[in-house]
Design a protein around this ligand. Structure first.
Ligand code: TXA
Ligand code: MG
Length: 330
């Protein structure tokens, strides 16, 4: 459903930063780049703005949002940091890491954004433009990925426009992102827990903490229980075309999402071929992942066949997103 808004797209400069901050203060919806993916920002303390955000994305309002801040002092106002959280923030912020923490008793973030949980997801992004907008605005900004709910996350401004034109107020075009998959989410509970693999590799976090990260319970949370990672189990990051994983060959009418230098049988007759990283580099593959899924989705292929991607490092997040993209939808 279109809200009939005129969505303005501005090149990234000082005037755009000021306009973004003004728009957020007025309850507007502003898409801006972070180093992971483009986010759709709203004033985290403004329930009406957050309601508009859920509506624009078509996102279920029980799936809580990440509060983005411009500095650690702002994070301390909204969340309690235990020792693990301090170490992680001290070492990896600003960067592609989100921490789930108990919220403070006077946390100003609207309940609609936290889905009434007693925890809050907090992130201090490293992208200079995100940083400038957060500093100019001066308060926490909730920002889910700037795509329609369930669709592939945006790694460039035109991805945002193709999903959300007419539904949001402003898009700041800061060019393509540098990481390409969403932030890693760590729950700083008694045992630190990997809630979502992402742009910071699990191994780096475990090396700093000197212990393995716990796994979230496998089952869908009971209605009465507190969801640990709400929204993590559904089909997600999904193109419209069917996705076939671990492809060892290309079947008639399929497009191929390749990885590495090897050729696979049937490749020459694929309706389209894009290689995430011909040299087999996982960081390069992460940057290309969502853009290539969008591009192959537009080819009208019968399915997108995906070659296997190694699981270590950023491969964990890449495989996670591919698995969700391949879940059959109704
Ligand atoms: O890289 C990113 O994290 C991007 C950029 C824009 O910052 N944002 C992003 O937001 O990926 P979103 O809304 O697409 O994903 C946020 C995830 C959801 O899976 C949500 O369920 C989880 O964070 N989450 C939010 N609050 C939570 C909480 N209190 N406890 C557990 N999970 C939470
Ligand atoms: Mg998302």
């Amino acid at each position: 459903m279109k809200l009939g808004l005129k969505t303005q797209i501005l090149p990234a400069d000082e005037a755009a930063v000021a306009q973004a901050a003004e728009c957020l203060k007025a309850g507007g919806l502003v898409a801006f780049p972070t180093e992971t993916v483009y986010g759709l920002g709203a004033d985290a303390t403004n329930a009406a703005a957050i309601a508009r955000l859920y509506e624009a994305k078509g996102r279920p309002s029980f799936n809580p949002l990440i509060a983005h801040v411009g500095d650690i002092a702002s994070a301390l106002k909204i969340a309690h940091f235990n020792i693990t959280a301090r170490r992680l923030a001290g070492h990896f912020w600003p960067g592609p890491l989100t921490l789930v923490l108990p919220n403070t008793s006077d946390c100003p973030v609207a309940e609609l954004a936290t889905a009434g949980l007693e925890t809050i997801a907090v992130r201090l992004p490293a992208h200079p433009l995100a940083h400038a907008i957060l500093r100019a605005f001066g308060g926490p900004v909730v920002a889910p990925s700037a795509n329609l709910s369930g669709h592939v996350s945006p790694t460039a401004a035109d991805h945002v426009a193709s999903d959300l034109d007419g539904l949001i107020d402003l898009i700041i075009d800061g060019g393509p992102v540098s990481v390409g998959v969403e932030s890693t989410i760590v729950g700083c509970f008694e045992a630190p827990m990997l809630l979502r693999p992402g742009g910071l590799a699990r191994e780096e976090i475990e090396r700093l903490l000197g212990q393995p990260l716990a796994r979230p319970p496998q089952d869908e949370p009971a209605e009465t229980g507190q969801p640990l990672a709400p929204g993590m189990l559904a089909s997600h990051y999904a193109p419209h075309t069917r996705v076939r994983l671990d492809a060892a060959s290309v079947e008639t009418g399929e497009a191929l999402l390749a990885f590495g230098p090897a050729a696979v049988p049937g490749m020459e007759s694929a309706s389209a071929v894009m290689n995430l990283s011909a040299r087999g580099n996982l960081a390069e593959a992460a940057v290309n992942l969502f853009g290539y899924l969008r591009a192959l989705d537009a080819k009208g292929a019968r399915a997108i066949a995906v070659m296997p991607v190694p699981h270590q490092g950023l491969g964990e997040a890449i495989n996670d997103r591919l698995r969700r993209a391949a879940i059959e939808r109704r």
